[in-house]
Design a protein around this ligand. Sequence first.
Ligand code: HH2
Length: 296
Amino acid sequence: MAERANPGPSWRVRGRDVSLSRPVVLGILNVTPDSFSDGGRWREPGRAVERGLAMIEEGADLVDVGGESTRPGAEPVGVEEEWTRVGPVVEALAAAGAGVSLDTTKAEVARRGLDAGAVAVNDVSALRFEPEVAEACARAGAGLVLMHMRGDPRTMQSDLVYEDLVGEVARFLASRAALAGQMGVEPDRIVVDPGLGFGKSAEGSLELLARCDALAALGYPVLVGPSRKSFIGRVLDLPVEERLEGTIAACVAGLFRGARLFRVHDVARVRRALDLAEAVLREVPDAGLRNGVVPA
Ligand code: HH2
């Protein structure tokens, strides 16, 4: 498996470096009618921008703007509809100086978003739907998140059985990162993500959190997105609006196993928890290396 020796001290995105010396938080801003936990809440662009800026105040490093739900069974939307949703929000947040990552699988939406000031693209298909997303990122010098998912959001929960879940996810992410590299995305701009809940059983998502070390060993920073997801509901038997503590526990568990980036709805609370957990980790002399990060 192609592996890099170590990730650099920062995630290089367009026009800025996001330091990995402390946990990186991406605040979720879904400008969709149908996202599983915040669908419809931020559809009005003015309110969405306000929420994005508030998340930066709360300690988010980037705001992850999405215009297409990826919840199981979600119907895809077209380029124009997706861009109508996210365009004004990306533009306004970028103009206000906020770092924006754009959660899209479409090359045309990625291109427009990067032109409008986004600094990274979060592609939950890891270039399987439209490999040209990588070209758009390479041209703009943008960051690129590559996430593992089996099939697509309509089909992903139909087969949750893997012979070797962690090995399969690691091999997939290594090969997608290699493809991104061939398409001109520099290694320091790539982040990998096991895709918690995307075609995984609850046990599978827990196992992937516990084995973030195996993904960090690929040499790219690891992002996890446990926020309010159903595996938390399954373990704690709680509805979506009661999953904050589970989200925090999942993030901290991921951090201790080598994840460095966290995509969450509840920025202020997760930020505090991660900063405290990071302070604990720092008491271990080789914590940086065990975290897959070279100490600065
Ligand atoms: N999860 C969701 C969406 N995008 N991107 C990455 N990199 N990792 C994730 O785990 C991830 C993601 C799903 O969560 P959410 O955005 O809250 O819901 P929806 O897809 O329904 O909009």
